[in-house]
Design a binder for this molecule. Structure first.
Ligand SMILES: Nc1ncnc2c1ncn2[C@@H]1O[C@H](COP(=O)(O)OP(=O)(O)OP(=O)(O)O)[C@@H](O)[C@H]1O
Length: 260
């Protein structure tokens, strides 16, 4: 493994009894990477990240971590005993980090104003930000997120992805996440791995949606609806949507963004 890799999987395989659910997977995560794992239900995504977290024994291949690597993990849901009252403050202090660091982490995810609130009263999006803050309090080199935007509304999902990107920039950490929100993944991720036991295809979002293996896994309609996300224009439109020459685009709107 080179110095820059935080974690490297080579031909990693996990089997339950005789059934192989993660099949010879290669994966390499460096600082600054955001890698999103997509795939159908039962594809082995959670099993793969459990292996990265060291809580899932592997059946074959190798998993190498950078020495002294700190991982921050954000689970799908916050599961707490509903009869047990717990404040955000108490929940964060259970991470073992000093109060000031907990407050800093809560500020990074935009929920420091909820410090004295009951965790049970938080909205879905606030809970996800709290879980993210708890992971950040560990000052991770690698953030591992299992469907971080689950239960969050569509605007909140986009905001959460933006937050993850800015935290990656701020902390210079690597990020591995699982997501089912294919449209957001395609619009907001650096690199995508499509898993269906084995790695079907991987690459940049704009390329992967054209990959025959991706189309086979998710179907043509899904692939077509995603392909438009990274159609980057090099021309301009007039106010009726007609294409105009870039030589005469005064007052026109240029489309240099991902669009649909
Ligand atoms: N401890 C276990 N023992 C036996 N089978 C397991 C175990 N954990 C997971 N599996 C099986 O492995 C397969 C992959 O499960 P996994 O949770 O990794 O899929 P996933 O891609 O995360 O799915 P989903 O998108 O539905 O969350 C499933 O068929 C699951 O039943």
């Amino acid at each position: 493994m080179t110095d820059e890799a935080l974690v490297e999987l080579k031909q990693l395989t996990v089997s339950f009894d005789d059934r192989t659910v993660v099949d010879h997977v290669d994966l390499r995560v460096r600082r600054g990477d955001i890698i999103t794992i997509i795939g159908p239900n039962g594809a082995g995504k959670t099993t793969l990240i459990k292996a990265v977290l060291g809580i899932q024994p592997v059946s074959g291949g190798s998993l190498t971590m950078a020495p002294g690597l700190t991982i921050g993990y954000v689970p799908q849901h916050l599961t707490l005993e509903t009869t047990l009252p717990i404040s955000v403050r108490r929940f964060m202090l259970l991470s073992g980090r000093p109060q000031q660091e907990c407050l800093t982490a809560l500020a990074q995810t935009g929920v420091e104003h909820l410090f004295n609130a009951s965790v049970h009263h938080l909205s879905g999006g606030e809970k996800q930000r709290l879980l993210l803050a708890r992971a950040l309090a560990r000052r991770p080199d690698l953030l591992v997120l299992d469907e971080p935007a689950q239960g969050v509304d569509i605007n909140g999902q986009a905001a959460l992805y933006d937050l993850i990107r800015s935290l990656r920039d701020e902390l210079n950490c690597g990020v591995i996440m699982i997501s089912h929100d294919l449209h957001l993944v395609m619009a907001a991720t650096d690199k995508v791995i499509c898993l269906n036991q084995h790695v079907c295809c991987s690459g940049y979002p704009e390329d992967i949606s054209h990959d025959p293996a991706f189309i086979e896994t998710f179907g043509q309609p899904v692939a077509e609806s995603l392909a438009v996300y990274h159609h980057r224009h090099n021309h301009s439109h007039d106010l009726h949507g007609d294409v105009v020459s870039d030589d005469h685009n005064d007052g026109q709107a240029e489309c240099s963004h991902a669009s649909h």
